[in-house]
Design a protein around this ligand. Structure first.
Ligand SMILES: Nc1nc2c(c(=O)[nH]1)N[C@@H](CN(C=O)c1ccc(C(=O)N[C@@H](CCC(=O)O)C(=O)O)cc1)CN2
Length: 285
């Protein structure tokens, strides 16, 4: 079997069109969606992601604000900026690009963002709501994965799903989202004794560990759906995922490539959360 790719770029383009339409309607009613992005430090990948977020906002008809800080900035300056943006009624979404430099306590920074403007879905309040199956802002990457699975009509009810990775921003929320849709979910991580035992039983595998090409074809059940959240540099210097694409595609039925898979959906769902936040402001008027 050779797997079919789930094309993240194509799905992202379709969803972004719908978001742009919604943004135009909100703007016509006096609420133009606005995202504020905070970038601290000089990490080149973060700078690219932030640039892409600002450009995605422009294309969708959003207003965007960008604040950049030197790597050695006093964290208080960033907290002051967040407080100012929390109080600004014209701003609907605030995000702080991760990772942050060492002098920052990332949890404290994320908790400083008002939950009503936490369009990354990283605030503990939003995560708690997600756990309880209540309305919140969902973290963008796992939500993008759910959109990809739905776009292919992948049956989630009763499916055996294995999530590899237990980070707060991908692994844990991914497991909760799959669970809430009726999958039987196993979360594997660095202490898991026999990873292949779990992955070989899975109808759906989501790899989010940050280790280049580590999930091989012989660890996958024939016909499984394989979702690759990793973004790594391979030994050849090229961008690659956590999945060894060449061997995995010979076994899986559906697979996401890297690049062009989950990545483009992350920024798309950020736009979706921001437009939703603006909608809530309009509805409350
Ligand atoms: N505040 C946040 N920080 C970080 C997040 C996040 O969701 N919020 N996620 C990642 C980085 N990230 C967005 O910020 C992100 C990563 C990758 C992509 C993407 O489109 N990747 C492309 C390849 C891009 C390339 O050539 O390098 C792809 O996979 O096709 C978008 C967003 C960590 N920080």
């Amino acid at each position: 079997m050779t797997a079919r790719n789930i094309d993240g770029n194509a799905l992202a383009a379709k969803v972004r069109e719908e978001i742009a339409q919604r943004a135009a309607e909100l703007t016509a009613r006096g609420v133009q969606p606005c995202l504020a992005v905070i970038l601290v430090g000089e990490d080149p990948a973060s700078a690219v992601y932030v640039r892409n977020k600002v450009s995605a906002c422009e294309k969708a008809g959003f207003r965007s604000l960008k604040f950049t800080y030197a790597p050695d900035v006093d964290p208080q300056e960033v907290f002051d900026r967040i407080a100012e943006l929390n109080a600004d009624d014209t701003v609907h979404g605030i995000l702080v690009q991760l990772p942050l430099p060492k002098q920052f306590d990332a949890d404290k920074v994320l908790e400083a963002i008002s939950p009503e403007k936490d369009v990354d879905g990283f605030h503990a309040e939003n995560f708690g709501l997600l756990l309880q199956g209540r309305k919140s802002f969902y973290p963008c990457t796992p939500w993008g994965v759910m959109k990809m699975l739905d776009s292919e009509n992948v049956e989630l009810k009763g499916a055996e799903a294995v999530v590899i990775g237990r980070s707060n921003i991908v692994g844990k929320p991914m497991a909760v989202m799959l669970l809430s849709r009726g999958a039987t979910v196993t979360v594997c991580h660095s202490q898991t004794k026999d990873l292949a035992f779990h992955t070989k039983r899975a109808d759906i595998v989501v790899a989010a560990v940050g280790r280049a090409k580590f999930l091989k074809g012989d660890m996958i059940k024939p016909g499984a759906v394989v979702i690759d959240v990793g973004i790594n540099r391979g030994e050849d210097g090229k961008l690659c995922g956590d999945v060894d694409f060449d061997s995995a595609r010979e076994v899986a039925s559906l697979i996401t490539p890297v690049p062009g898979g989950v990545g483009p959906m992350t920024i798309t769902m950020l736009l979706a959360n921001t437009v939703e936040s603006a909608q809530r402001v309009l509805d409350a008027k």
